[in-house]
Design a protein. Structure first.
Length: 364
């Protein structure tokens, strides 16, 4: 009888220890899960115009990857030396596991052929979107947008299909819409970059008084010239010379808003720009590269946008420009906003995007 009680006590004590260990393990595991769920997401980071592509190596190195690069790394219009519209970085789904920091970038495009069930990218798409190769969207090819999967202020484009040919068609069809959405996503970061050092409110007031337009500019711009209904604004750094002309003239006929009309106005303003060498002046160079124009709307008014390159006659200087010729029906005037930069040996895409942002947001 005593022996039975002693043995039973030992068994009960062993059971208690086992339950304690199991409880601690469960509590620890549960606590970790709760901790992970409560852990705040980091803020996404990355550069403007940067796309991170998640795709399997075979897919990326094949026809699908070639098509993607053809569209997303096409040349930014128009620059003296070719630069791609987007900077593209590729890695696989497995790379995300090896280096978790790769989950915290701002912009992703995930490419997947859902019939490849061994594909890490396809598994990621299937899990996130609850789709498979038999889904109608996969058969037709589809692009879907997700946000904040791994970090805040993050955008993810899922581009998928049930075979490579359909995925190629999906990339081709949706490039313009995806590029536009990325540009919109980048606009806030672009504004923060431009106005990092603040606004030049004094210059903004002077532009309003002299030219009748409201143009927001960074603090380091200054007035270089005001003459004959023309204002020349400049920003000078060690690596960049950024310039803006504001010019007003009477509207007389439609030909002023043509490609040749804009070129003629630009070239008249070019007499103000020269170097230390005699008989130098700026001109529109539409021989080496064409000047492209398109109709746009600026401040709810009809306008023509022109992009091209400029050079200096009798000297070796040049660079890209962007112009907006706006028709103000209220005053029967034309307002030219012309931005051009000189940044020798530097990439110019980001500088021109900043210039486009400044000029396109003008108010009359």
């Amino acid at each position: 009888m005593r022996l039975y009680k002693k043995e039973n006590t030992r068994i009960n004590h062993w059971h208690c220890c086992l339950l304690l260990v199991v409880s601690l393990c469960l509590w620890s595991s549960c606590g970790a899960d709760v901790q992970n769920k409560l852990k705040p997401k980091p803020s996404a980071f990355g550069k403007i115009n940067e796309i991170n592509v998640i795709a399997d190596k075979a897919l990326w190195e094949g026809a699908v990857g070639d098509t993607f690069r053809y569209y997303f790394t096409s040349a930014y219009p128009i620059l003296p030396q070719p630069e791609s519209y987007f900077s593209v970085r590729h890695f696989t789904a497995e790379d995300l596991i090896k280096d978790p920091i790769r989950k915290e970038f701002q912009t992703y495009i995930i490419l997947g052929n859902l019939k490849d069930t061994d594909s890490g990218a396809s598994k990621l798409i299937a899990r996130d979107l609850k789709v498979d190769a038999l889904s109608p969207t996969a058969t037709a090819g589809h692009t879907k947008i997700g946000k904040n999967k791994w970090a805040l202020d993050q955008i993810i484009f899922y581009m998928y299909a049930d075979k490579d040919d359909t995925l190629i068609k999906t990339i081709t069809k949706n490039f313009t819409a995806v590029a536009k959405r990325i540009k919109e996503m980048d606009s806030n970061a672009l504004e923060s970059t431009i106005f990092q050092q603040g606004d030049n409110n004094k210059l903004r007031r002077e532009i309003k008084e002299k030219m009748g337009v409201d143009l927001r500019l960074p603090s380091d711009y200054f007035e270089a010239l005001y003459k004959d209904s023309t204002m020349w604004l400049r920003r000078e750094t060690d690596v960049l010379s950024a310039n803006i002309f504001i010019h007003k003239l009477k509207y007389t006929n439609k030909s002023q808003l043509s490609k040749n009309g804009i070129k003629a106005i630009r070239d008249r303003l070019g007499k103000y720009v020269s170097t230390d060498i005699e008989n130098t002046y700026m001109r529109t160079n539409d021989v080496d590269l064409p000047m492209l124009t398109q109709v746009v709307t600026i401040d709810n008014r009809y306008a023509v946008e022109a992009k091209g390159i400029w050079d200096i006659v009798n000297d070796y200087m040049g660079g890209p420009f962007i112009s907006y010729l706006i028709h103000d029906k209220d005053t029967n005037e034309l307002i030219l906003l012309d931005g051009f930069i000189h940044a020798p040996s530097k990439k110019k895409r980001d500088y021109m995007q900043q210039m486009e942002y400044l000029l396109s947001n003008v108010k009359l």
